[in-house]
Design a binder for this molecule. Structure first.
Ligand SMILES: [Fe+2]
Ligand SMILES: [Fe+2]
Length: 184
């Protein structure tokens, strides 16, 4: 599916503000791809698809997780995590996205994981630092993202886990594994 067609689909499936976030992530992902010599086409595809399931109802997300026999532990964690794996399923099944790296980048953009490819890191980081994001420390993450993708991913997962711990909410095991991989 070409980019313009995909954008039309996204406009139908997402709220305006979510759609605009996705466009900003795509722009950030493309510039980071050039910087780190990653396929710009793959980065754009993964970025455009990353939140495709974000505006679905909790019930629909749950149905797809169950139907696809995704990790049942997901249902015990905050539903904010669900749109990553569901988005990956939708990209594969409804839009014929076959490249496993793109599918993984969509799937793990909510949690991270221990062994992330450069494309996965790029999408995770671009999602967190796109120009619409505003939280304490985001400028430092933006600077790091220009310098070193691996270090930026480490700083982003640290920030995410710290945020959850401070809120005293549970942390999905993939995120802990991701955090541990960067701390080592
Ligand atoms: Fe997301
Ligand atoms: Fe996002």
């Amino acid at each position: 599916m070409d980019v313009e067609q995909l954008k039309k689909v996204l406009q139908e499936r997402l709220t305006q503000s979510r759609y605009e976030h996705v466009l900003r992530v795509a722009e950030k992902a493309k510039s980071m791809a050039v910087r780190y010599d990653i396929s710009v086409m793959k980065a754009e595809q993964a970025a455009l698809f990353h939140d495709i399931a974000k505006c679905m109802s909790k019930t629909d997300l749950r149905d797809i997780l169950e139907r696809e026999q995704e990790d049942p532990r997901l249902l015990d964690f905050h539903h904010e995590l669900w749109h990553g794996p569901v988005g990956a399923v939708i990209a594969q099944k409804d839009f014929n996205v076959a490249d496993p790296d793109i599918v993984h980048a969509i799937r793990y953009h909510t949690t991270g994981r221990a062994e992330m490819s450069d494309l996965e890191k790029l999408i995770y980081v671009a999602d967190m630092i796109e120009p619409g994001r505003d939280f304490p420390g985001v400028e430092t993450l933006r600077e790091l993202a220009n310098e070193n993708l691996h270090a930026a991913m480490g700083a982003c997962i640290y920030q995410s886990v710290k945020y959850l711990v401070n809120k005293k909410v549970s942390v999905y095991p993939d995120s802990i594994d991701c955090y541990n991989a960067y701390i080592d």
